[in-house]
Design a protein around this ligand. Structure first.
Ligand code: IPE
Ligand code: IPE
Ligand code: MG
Length: 249
């Protein structure tokens, strides 16, 4: 049986393969509120959030979605209590170490977007290792936005372009959308077709500002740790009803 046939078998019958988003991006919000509702400390919500992300990655792979991008930590999240920030950094490091073998076996390619150089050294090392060991994998492209901010990404792209102009490698009037895209962290990854935000907040929170210009947005009240396959199925059904016009008629 080919990989394609396996995927077709897994795909729920009410979803149309030809209308699946190629790239899904998620703002995984509501871990803290989930924990609070259970009478648990916020960090327990983050732990459960990891399980929800693992399930979603597996589901995307099973259903033949080519790319998944998840917002794990924003440039603004450093402003949280130090214990929560420390817990998250350690959690990211531990999960990466634990999951690497499975990602390799499952043919998952992982990459990271964001200002990685200011993450803890040990986490940077784990990131480099996972990126290197999965770089030739092709079943799904999994991108994790860590210390990511859309504005920061745009500013660093401007700086890099300015340096090229200063060095005489580029003329200002040669700068176009393609030039700009090449300097974004996400270069080489298609723009998200579908952006999902959990926990009901109607905002973007500095995520992929350039890339979501024409993404379809789906917001659910479900808190991230409760976002499961059936919730994702619902989001995809909703997406498949949309008419994407891209400014045309
Ligand atoms: C999202 O959940 C996870 C991160 C931002 C790291 P939150 O921690 O923002 O959960 P709420 O929004 O406070 O419920
Ligand atoms: C967005 O969630 C960032 C991540 C999911 C990593 P936040 O909880 O930080 O966003 P706000 O504060 O509600 O806008
Ligand atoms: Mg939040």
């Amino acid at each position: 049986m080919t990989a394609q046939q396996t995927q077709l078998e897994y795909l729920p019958p009410d979803l149309k393969r030809e209308l699946l988003p190629k790239h899904v991006a998620v703002i995984m919000d509501g871990n803290g509120r989930w924990a609070k509702r259970q009478g648990l400390p916020r960090i327990m919500g983050h732990k459960r959030g990891v399980d929800a992300l693992k399930d979603l990655l597996r589901c995307c792979k099973d259903w033949g979605i080519e790319a998944l991008t998840a917002y794990a930590f924003s440039t603004e999240n450093w402003g949280r209590p130090q214990e929560e920030v420390d817990f998250l950094m350690t959690l990211f490091q531990r999960v990466l170490r634990q999951e690497l073998r499975e990602m390799v076996e499952e043919n998952v390619q992982i990459r990271f977007v964001g200002n990685l150089s200011s993450l803890p050294r040990a986490l940077q090392a784990e990131i480099s290792r996972s990126v290197e060991e999965t770089k030739n994998n092709r079943s799904i492209r999994f991108t994790v936005a860590t210390n990511y901010g859309g504005r920061q990404e745009i500013v660093q792209a401007c700086r890099a372009i300015a340096v090229e102009v200063q060095q005489g490698l580029l003329q200002p009037d040669e700068i176009d959308e393609a030039t700009f895209e090449r300097h974004l962290y996400t270069t080489g990854i298609s723009d998200p077709d579908l952006l999902i935000r959990t926990s009901g907040e109607m905002r973007i929170s500095n995520f992929l500002l350039w890339q979501i210009a024409y993404s379809e947005i789906y917001i659910t009240d479900t808190l991230w740790p409760d976002f499961d396959r059936s919730e994702f199925h619902r989001a995809l059904c909703d997406y498949q009803q949309r008419e994407r016009r891209f400014g045309k008629v």
